[in-house]
Design a protein around this ligand. Sequence first.
Ligand code: ADP
Length: 302
Amino acid sequence: MKYKFVAMGECMVEMAPTADGTYVMGFAGDTLNTAWYARKLFPESWTVSYLTTVGTDGVSNSMVQFIEAAGLDTGIIGRRDDKTVGLYVIQLSNGERSFAYWRSDSAAKTLASDADDFQAKLDGAKVVYFSGITLAILAEPDRVTFLEGIAKARAAGSTIVLDPNLRLRLWSNVDEMREVITKASQHSDIILPSYEDEVTFFNDGSQEETARRYGGAGAGLVVVKNGPGDVVCLRDGVLSSYSSIPVENVLDTTAAGDSFNAGFLAAYLDDGDLKKAVDAGNRLACRVIGQRGALVDVLEPA
Ligand code: ADP
């Protein structure tokens, strides 16, 4: 029997500048990045599906083809003919990257609009993965549908995994962000926060505090990443800490956390060995930040 990993969220068109002043089009997004790496690392006994909604236009078709070409299952990608996909443009100024987004009316915002359809797409998933960005893009009534959907999936046996990925500009205000993320954490089994975000918006005094806050909400496992710092884990009330791998040449930290999550989950779901899983997450993230771009070839030797 095939196990099913379902990642949910928004994939966007990325326009990245090239040396000659033109732009090259790609596709990326936090949960898509994790699914992309998961497909490379999970055994063939797993189907890795991406759950989103796109348009019916040519760019939407290209996006779905891109996702499919990565080996991901596209069978639960919704389509609608009145909307299209979101887009962002990367601007380079003195080597610093900044981003401009066009996503306020993207099709992905409706990924959970139809409760029955959404529920059916989660049916039989062994693991359901989403992020704070997935929640941020949904309208308020759809967030309710979304959380009811994952609660039902959890009751039916799915393991629910959340990366809070706190991005204030996607929310109306900080209180709304904190409230929705906290609610979502109560429906989650594994939570994979980045300490820098958590200290900024939840005022945690330490990684342990972040881990205990999410653990207190009901997650059996919390893994608190911290850039080059230690990874602090809380599993069933037991705290542990693992050092990261020093990286001399950090070229681009885009997707550091997303790739860590894929590496971690691939190993953890295999045998539940926490240290081995953190090592696997660190190893993948190190490779990713040593190269430019969110999606890099990770199967070649370093
Ligand atoms: P995010 O990109 O989600 O903010 P973090 O900055 O917490 O994520 O980093 C995620 C993971 O990426 C870390 O746990 C670590 O494995 C790796 N990482 C990020 N920055 C560095 C760094 N400077 N040196 C070594 N590892 C890093």
